[in-house]
Write a protein that binds this ligand. Sequence first.
Ligand code: ASP
Length: 319
Amino acid sequence: MMRTTFLLLAAVCAFAQAPFGLAIHGGAGNVTAARIGPEAEKAYRAGLEKALAAGYAVLEKGGPALDAVEAAVRSMEENPLFNAGVGATLTRDGTHELDAAIMDGRTLKAGAVAGVMHVKSPIGLARLVMERTPHVMLIGEGAEAFARAQGLEPVPNAFFRTPGQWESFRKLKEREKARPTTKDTVGAVALDRHGNLASATSTGGMLDKLPGRVGDAPLIGVGTYADNRTCAVSCTGWGEFFIRTVVAYDISARMAYRGAPLEKAAAAALDAALKLGGEGGLVAMDAAGRVTQPFNTPGMFRGLRMSDGRSSVALFGNP
Ligand code: ASP
């Protein structure tokens, strides 16, 4: 009898335990099923599944949310389909300049890099900035020097080039009036078994950006933010509009000051940015494991895997 009661109690406790898991995005943009075709759709889905599996494996073992978001983002940096790491988009000069940021919701520690051109995993370098320097952000040459000092092997800038991105760049140059376009930035938010949140974002930025331009992704509180007391956020879209309304921190602040629930806070903050113009979306998670993935573009590559069984991968359609 006592044994049964104990087992029952243990089962109830396990069930009542806060869920853990992660949510990711692979960028918001003008993507529809017709535009990308079935082959690419399959490949994007597989890429998102792989990133989810990489992050979830960490969490399942009891690892920290910080490791999970880094693992998920690294997986997408290595995947040439996404605009981060290999497959990064091109600047107006035909070069690749990469931005990334990571944040720990438990300690509010953060690390970021911007404009790096020879670092294989910008998110890995952002993590090193967070853990091995007294700073939050390193840019350009200084960031490259720090990477070398940390023993990271530099790669040539062409390492990031893919035929697909080169084609987009070439086509854009043919057109009279180019407009910056968003493309396949990657990001992840996670909640671990210990109740800690983390967030990470990595990107090549906007196609045709001016060399030296920095987007929202590496800016703490804009494209990336995490605070255990509120939420973890990773944004994607036309960065300039996100910067002007400080989207990620706005979500956290709405939750902290107004007691707004995650979904409402995220929708309102995103709306404020998109009212100025531009386009985009985000993924966000709160400390109870609630997730929201709003966007105003025809599609946003996104996925979710939670310990309570919620699991999805989607590319198009309504948030
Ligand atoms: N937000 C990124 C930037 O502005 C681009 C993107 O998400 O596609 O650099």
